[in-house]
Structure formats: structure tokens, C-alpha cells
Design a protein around this ligand. Sequence first.
Ligand code: SF4
Ligand code: SF4
Length: 111
Amino acid sequence: MSTLAASSTLIGPRTLAGSLLATKLHALGTFDAEVCMNCGMCTATCPLGIDVLPRLVMRLGVLGFDEQLRAEKEAVFSCLLCRACEASCPAGVGITDNIHTLRRWLLEEEG
Ligand code: SF4
Ligand code: SF4
């Protein structure tokens, strides 16, 4: 089996599902979570001490973990959109714009 074929077998449906979710998020608004380095600076500066935003929640969107993302709805909607995390982000992630996009997706999912 070629390296590419082996990789496709290992990653398979999760990658496809992830691509679909990320594509939906991109269509709803800004979603640049792919450039997040998972450094933790945002968590360290968040006044609410939200430890799942933006690192985990945005990563769930990138990877396509729909159910886990729905389970983090309270965290997504508790964010103050104060941008303190953005000021400390070395990757320049548009964190609050991403949060807006995640909120849109969560509301659409509710129907
Ligand atoms: S500070 Fe920026 S790069 Fe670091 S984890 Fe947060 S969003 Fe990702
Ligand atoms: S915008 Fe403010 S409340 Fe929301 S995650 Fe960033 S620092 Fe925390």
C-alpha cells in the first residue's frame, strides 16, 4: 500500500467530516482557526478563564467534531467578545470573529 493510500485509510471519514464542517464554518463567516498554534496565550489572558476558548472549540471546528462542538455551546455563548485574547495571540487569529461564526453555526444547527 502506498504511503498516500495508507494515510487515507488511517484518516478516512474523520478528515472528510472535518472538511465538511470547516467548509460550513467558512461559508458562515470568518474562520481562520487553522493557523492557531495551540500555545495557550488566549486562555491565560481571558478574564473569564474560559479554558476551552478558543483553542479547543476552534480546533473542534477544524477537525470536524460536530457533536463535541455542540456540547461546548455554553462556553461559546459565554464569551464576552472583549478581544483580550486576540491582543495576546501570536498567530493573529481573529478569535472573536471565529466565535461569531461558531455561534451562527450552533444557532443554525438548532433549526
Ligand atoms: S493565543 Fe492564538 S495561537 Fe495561541 S492558542 Fe490562542 S488562538 Fe491559538
Ligand atoms: S473574547 Fe474575551 S471572553 Fe472571549 S475568549 Fe477572548 S478573552 Fe475570553
